[in-house]
Design a protein around this ligand. Structure first.
Ligand SMILES: Cc1cc2nc3c(=O)[nH]c(=O)nc-3n(C[C@H](O)[C@H](O)[C@H](O)COP(=O)(O)O)c2cc1C
Length: 374
């Protein structure tokens, strides 16, 4: 085994599903916080300070592979259109742009909460015919008299893949998390029949996806091993967001490349990590939509994000594990098992002792905005 193979063997696995339950804690430094890039907060032409802040907070929404598919066109003051950028689609794992629309729904929820924290109400009007439409949602902001909310959860929410506890979620926290019944969410404790099904099927789906060169190659394209790549793209997954720390992170940043993601060692180690992850959680949250059209998917994205922001307040981690929904055979089996074709999110859930700081990178705002002027 040469040095490169050794390093790849040691470092693999910290991908897709995240990482780090493996035995390298002796290598990790205590707690090193790498703050999220703040380039998005720079002034943007034609946007006042409040609009800039609202858009920045909206952009802190989650998205598949952190692709941040949203693009904003300004129609007029406080009147925007949200579409998507084709270069940020994920054609292999998300061929229907289903996850793209869900991510844009999460962006809308953040936008609404951010607007509220500045005393504005946001109204959304789905305009596209499906996830491939150039324009998806029209947004209007108006001065509101509603209570002004806090932006703490928007700034603090993040994906957590590591150190999720298996302790049951308390009844009161669970009621708070689930919101209103009309939100269409269900929670399945890890040891329930449904919880066991979701654990096993998630593992099987990861196994299938790890065997797919196309899915691995797409993932490799969205990993920014080096700080310069992260800065250049402003999107994608970094060693920090994959929760690598200490010496392992340093080694990954300096030695790993896209090619390593395709190696068998890498895939094998990833599967080992996924196995550990699915065995460690309080349970699974399913987010269902009312239908499969654009408006229903946008709404499901909003419901997920609203629950995620509430979870932040209770130190409850959310880890989306979407592989079942990306593998057609497993997706059909899931629909039969739960008698529902409209499950849109599968989230691994559990308390964390301390909610970690967010670290995933974001695009600078001027790269999210497209001028409507010719
Ligand atoms: C539609 C969707 C699908 C996702 N699927 C996964 C997944 O399968 N595995 C995973 O680890 N994270 C998944 N995520 C989380 C994203 O990777 C995460 O939101 C992104 O990297 C930004 O990080 P943040 O949530 O910490 O801001 C998903 C998020 C969304 C919105």
């Amino acid at each position: 085994m040469n040095r490169k193979q050794f390093l790849t063997g040691c470092l693999t696995g910290a991908v897709a599903a995240g990482c780090s339950a493996w035995g390298y804690s002796w290598l990790a430094k205590p707690e090193e916080h790498v703050p999220r890039n703040t380039v998005g907060l720079q002034p943007v032409k034609d946007f006042n300070q409040v609009e800039t802040e609202i858009l920045y907070l909206a952009s802190l929404a989650p998205s598949g592979h952190n692709a941040q598919p949203w693009v904003i066109t300004v129609n007029s003051h406080n009147h925007w259109m949200i579409g998507s950028d084709r270069s940020r689609w994920l054609p292999v794992v998300d061929p229907e742009n289903r996850e793209l629309v869900l991510s844009i729904g999460a962006f809308c929820e953040n936008l609404a909460a951010a607007a509220n924290s500045y005393g504005y109400a946001a109204e959304f009007n789905p305009v596209g015919s499906n996830g491939f439409s150039t324009q998806l949602v029209e947004v209007c902001l108006s001065k509101s008299r509603e209570n002004i909310g806090s932006d703490q959860a928007l700034r603090g929410r993040r994906t957590i893949r590591k150190q999720i506890l298996a302790n049951p979620i308390g009844d009161e926290d669970l009621r708070y998390l689930m919101g209103s019944q009309s939100d269409g969410m269900t929670f399945h404790p890890a040891q329930s029949r449904e919880g066991i099904y979701l654990r096993q099927a998630t593992l099987a789906a990861n196994e299938a996806q790890l065997a797919s060169d196309a899915a691995q190659a797409e993932l490799a394209e969205w990993i920014r091993w080096k700080a310069e790549e992260a800065k250049e793209h402003g999107t994608g997954l970094t060693p920090e967001s994959m929760e690598m720390s200490g010496v392992i992170r340093w080694l990954a940043k300096n030695f790993l490349t896209k090619k390593d993601v395709m190696e068998n060692t890498f895939r094998k180690e990833t599967l080992k990590l996924v196995r550990e992850q699915v065995e460690n959680c309080a349970g699974w949250l399913l987010v269902r939509s009312a239908g499969q059209g654009l408006a229903s998917l946008l709404q499901a994205g909003r419901v997920l994000e609203a629950a995620w922001l509430r979870a932040f307040e209770k130190s409850i981690a959310f880890h989306p594990m979407t592989q079942i929904l990306e593998e057609p055979a497993l997706k059909s089996a899931l629909a039969r098992e739960f008698e529902d074709k409209n499950i849109q999110f599968i989230i691994r859930v559990g308390y964390v002792r301390q909610y970690p700081q967010p670290v995933s990178i974001r695009l600078p705002l001027d790269r999210m905005i497209k001028s409507s002027q010719p």
